[in-house]
Design a protein around this ligand. Structure first.
Ligand code: SDX
Length: 370
């Protein structure tokens, strides 16, 4: 079977999540995304994905404490981060940080994968914000905070103060929603790297590279760049119609697997609405809603998770260039589950291609070549 972009191709089995299956909601290991977003914390979801079950009270306490203890950055990593310029893309910073950590704290056996995953879940936010403050103001921040959650820790380091309860929980829910999504492009990339029996950090760095593009994780940044061009909904509608006329892609809309809606979108949309009510940029929400309406009316295309994440993150005071890195901080848990699953498969991923190049031809000496 051949399909452009491998669309519709079943490339393996997984027990980790279901996406777009008839009669089944998006779920992680059998738990509906709606239940997880309503009742869980990101730490519980990370544990579910990395360790295979929801933690009980004692396990969650121990896991949260473990993550808190793994936030610090080794000196060699700080020195590396300090070399990266302020105009570097934060995704490149994270990709470099993961590579550097892989040299300083190398995975010596596949049994160590879960420990390396916990280290990244705990320290990716530290890396990102350490670099951000050093590159922009020369300040070497402490990467510890009194916040016990990954979400709260990130916001505290970024803003230098404890976040509001709403911002903390919005970020927590967003990390839950972004954590896992079956054989998406970055996860599949991580699985391909893993299938060669490569190491954990190489698989994660490759996943970050795949996630960076605007057809995948980078769409949340592009969606923000779109909505912040407008201050009212009518203006947005006019420009959107012109963009569609010019056959431009609208970032944050559409999906390879879903046909009518992305079940994660309504959840983050509610957060965007809630946070807009206390913001001086409340107009971004009606602008977003109008764009959603035009896309549906004109193209029958719906927002994916990235679209309303953009305004929700903006309301939390997060710089746009950090949107996709936040996706990384969350998705590292899903990538890890797939890396571990792929190691269990133990079969090199190596498809074939139809050859469409030139017919066999005589080898020309260099003097006769045009
Ligand atoms: C993520 O795979 C995952 O699970 C990913 C993800 C995850 O959690 O891991 O859910 C996260 O990556 C979400 C997607 C983020 N990307 C974007 O928002 C970028 C914008 N969307 C697209 O370009 C597009 O919808 C894709 C890339 C997401 C899916 O593309 P497909 O399946 O290859 O479909 P296509 O590009 O061939 O589009 C089919 C038709 C085309 O029209 P026709 O040429 O048939 O007339 O739909 C149109 C497209 O032009 N279309 C869009 C559109 N998306 C599809 N038109 C305008 N704007 C869009 N966003």
């Amino acid at each position: 079977m051949k399909a452009a972009g491998l669309a519709g191709v079943i490339a393996g089995d997984t027990v980790i999540s279901t996406v777009g299956k008839e009669g089944l909601d998006l779920n992680y290991r059998g738990y509906s995304i709606r239940d997880l977003a309503a009742h869980s914390t990101f730490e519980e979801v990370a544990y579910l994905l990395i360790y295979g079950k929801l933690p009980n009270v004692e396990e969650l306490k121990a896991y949260t404490a473990k993550l808190v203890s793994l936030r610090s950055l080794p000196d060699g990593l700080k020195v590396t981060l300090e070399q990266l310029p302020a105009n570097a893309h934060p995704m490149d910073v994270l990709r470099t940080g993961v590579s550097a950590l892989g040299c300083l704290e190398t995975e010596n056996s596949f049994e160590e994968a879960r420990d390396h995953a916990d280290r990244l879940v705990a320290s990716l936010g530290s890396m990102l914000v350490y670099w951000y403050h050093f590159a922009n103001s020369g300040k070497r921040i402490e990467v510890e905070s009194s916040e016990s959650s990954v979400a709260g820790h990130f916001l505290d380091l970024l803003h230098g103060e404890a976040p509001s309860e709403d911002h903390r929980r919005c970020m927590d829910v967003s990390l839950i929603l972004y954590a896992e999504h079956e054989f998406n492009a970055s996860t599949f990339t991580s699985r391909v790297v893993t299938s060669t029996l490569s190491d954990y950090h190489s698989a994660i760095a490759a996943g970050i590279g795949a996630l960076r593009g605007p057809l995948h994780g980078g769409a949340n940044e592009k969606a923000m760049e779109l909505i912040e061009r407008f201050t009212d909904a009518d203006e947005a509608e006019k420009e959107l119609r012109d963009m569609l006329e010019r056959k431009e892609k609208i970032m944050g809309f559409g999906h390879r697997v879903y046909r009518d809606s992305d079940p994660r979108s309504d959840i983050i949309k509610e957060w965007s609405l809630k946070l807009s009510q206390n913001s001086d940029k409340a107009f971004l929400y009606p602008v977003s809603e109008r764009i959603e309406k035009v896309m549906w009316d004109e193209k029958h295309i719906f927002p994916n998770l990235d679209f309303y994440s953009a305004s929700a993150y903006h309301y939390c005071g997060i710089p746009t260039a950090m949107f996709t890195p936040l996706f990384v901080i969350s998705r590292v848990t899903g990538w890890t589950a797939h890396i571990i699953e792929e190691r269990g498969v133990g079969k090199l991923i190596r498809p074939t291609a139809d050859y469409t190049g030139p017919s066999p031809q005589a080898y020309p000496s260099i003097e006769t070549r045009s």
